[in-house]
Design a protein around this ligand. Structure first.
Ligand code: NOJ
Ligand code: NOJ
Length: 491
């Protein structure tokens, strides 16, 4: 019922603009019939994802040596061996658990709180370990000992993401002592290393200064400075704000690549040298993870980010065989699907070894989340400026939902505000339908039993690489939450 309204709005909006003629309006009826099965798939998948994520957090019945609070990236112990606790994956997943707690009262809050508390214990343990790369160590053994074989280290996003989730936890629980005991340790580390160009990126392959890492560090330092100020620790507060300011004014602007996509790595100093495009979906992930709202540097609505997402879509559209398929069946209903995207175009990591990189589940979920969050940012602001970049993205998507694109140009440079209810809600609905393309893509390649892996084989679409990848599930629930919020607003 709710969706009927949405669809009616999309259709009437597009009809009003002349984007669809009476005869190809059938698509929207078609999409309308697709809404229910997709929504119910998302609900089932989200529930499964939550239980899977919790199942990947120690203690484990089948491995008594795993330390409570350690999060395995995946239970897979061979081909590939992902049975480690990565600082990045763990912190991202804990952040998502906190989101469930804050936004959804119906979940099992006791279990979630226990997971968060054990994560704190595990963090305390890790921070006291004496390791070669200190807090920048990318991953640890599940029993809490250091991983000592060679690896792309240090990775300095991890302590920043962890500090961010701990700051949120300190606020959520009113447990400010976390600042003194744990948070400042991570932030002091970040303050020391942020400018060094020898560290590895989140894909653990190239050395330099990385967009994702800088965005995580910037956000963590800002949040840390605020918390320190509230606690009356002026010295820490000043220190973190000063560094955050430097990252914001001296480092982040350097990733801007005027007229084209945002760069992922600058001052490259080693590791993979084949990423010539410097186009990478970790830029999109950074925007989703470390910005909020539509305004502000590199936020989802910034013209740089809109152009970067379009560049990603254009690049991946023809890269994988599976992207030739434009529809999938969900519960017997045909549903349109969007592009499956991988980490970056030159990727050769196939999930086990090196050949050709495949599309990734978490990245494709991020594309869905992006379109929902873009709409949410506009809804929040109460208006949207129809920039040329936005028009380009909307027009690019239109064939996937069988729209006729020319009339978008009529909106060029227009400011559409929520007082133009019809047009405004129409645009939000259009973005919802667009996000759904990527959700449905994820649905197509997720196992019937809800299993999510890291990647999908680019020819067959079947799961590939680490099975039950914790992060794939977290990316799905994040997208699903954004979608629910958007639907509530549109209706
Ligand atoms: C494992 C890393 O985690 C992955 O990101 C990388 O692409 C492969 N190793 C290949 O080096
Ligand atoms: C490989 C990915 O490149 C990296 O970002 C991730 O931390 C590990 N796999 C574990 O999931």
């Amino acid at each position: 019922m709710l969706f009927c309204i949405t669809i009616a709005l999309v259709s009437s909006f597009l009809l009003a603009l002349g984007l669809v003629s009476g005869q190809n309006q059938h698509f929207f009826q078609h999409h309308q019939s697709a809404f229910e099965p997709l929504s119910s798939w998302i609900n089932d998948q989200s529930q499964y994802a939550q239980s899977r994520i919790l199942a990947n957090i120690a203690p484990f019945a089948d491995d008594p040596s795993a330390m409570a609070g350690a999060v395995c990236a995946s239970p897979s112990r061979a081909h590939p061996d992902y049975y480690y606790s990565w600082t990045r994956d763990s912190a991202l997943v804990m952040g998502e658990i906190l989101n469930w707690l804050e936004e959804d009262n119906s979940t099992n809050s006791q279990q979630l709180n226990i997971a968060l508390a054990s994560y704190i214990g595990f963090t305390r343990h890790l921070q006291s370990l004496d390791t070669r790369y200190g807090l920048g160590e990318a991953k640890f053994n599940m029993d809490g000992t250091a991983f000592t074989k060679s690896w792309c280290n240090a990775q300095t996003d991890g302590p920043a993401i962890r500090a961010l989730v701990l700051i949120r936890l300190a606020e959520h629980w009113g447990k400010e002592s976390l600042f003194e005991s744990l948070i400042h340790i991570d932030l002091d580390y970040v303050s020391r290393v942020w400018w060094q160009n020898t560290h590895c990126d989140i894909w653990e392959e190239s050395r330099g200064l990385h967009f994702y890492t800088a965005m995580a560090q910037h956000r963590a330092l800002r949040a840390g400075a605020e918390l320190a100020q509230r606690l009356g620790d002026w010295e820490a507060s000043r220190k973190y704000s000063t560094v955050a300011e430097k990252i914001e004014t001296l480092l982040l602007p350097r990733f801007k690549n005027h007229g084209s996509h945002i760069l992922t790595t600058i001052e490259w100093s080693g590791g993979l040298s084949s990423k010539v495009s410097n186009l990478d979906t970790q830029v999109l992930l950074a925007s989703l993870h470390y910005t909020s709202g539509g305004q502000g540097m590199y936020s989802v609505g910034s013209s740089e980010m809109v152009s970067t997402v379009l560049a990603i879509l254009r690049r991946f559209e023809f890269m994988y065989d599976i992207n030739r398929v434009a529809y999938t069946e969900i519960s017997g209903i045909s549903v349109p699907i969007g592009v499956a995207a991988g980490r970056y175009p030159e990727d050769v990591y196939n999930g086990v070894g090196s050949s050709l990189g495949n599309p990734w589940s978490l990245v494709t979920s991020a594309l869905a989340e992006y379109h929902y969050r873009l709409a949410l940012a506009y809804a929040d602001a109460g208006y949207l400026i129809v920039s040329p970049e936005l028009i380009a993205l909307l027009k690019w998507t239109a064939p996937y939902i069988q729209g006729n694109t020319e009339q978008f140009d009529l909106l060029q440079h227009k400011v559409v505000s929520d007082s133009d209810d019809h047009e405004f809600r129409g645009l939000l609905s259009y973005l919802l339908a667009t996000g759904d393309l990527y959700m449905a893509r994820v649905a197509r390649h997720t196992g019937r039993d809800h299993t999510m892996s890291e990647q999908w084989n680019m020819y067959t679409g079947f799961g590939r690489g680490a099975v039950h990848l914790t992060w794939s599930y977290a990316a799905h629930t994040a997208a699903a939450r954004a979608r629910s919020k958007l639907i509530a607003i549109i209706n």
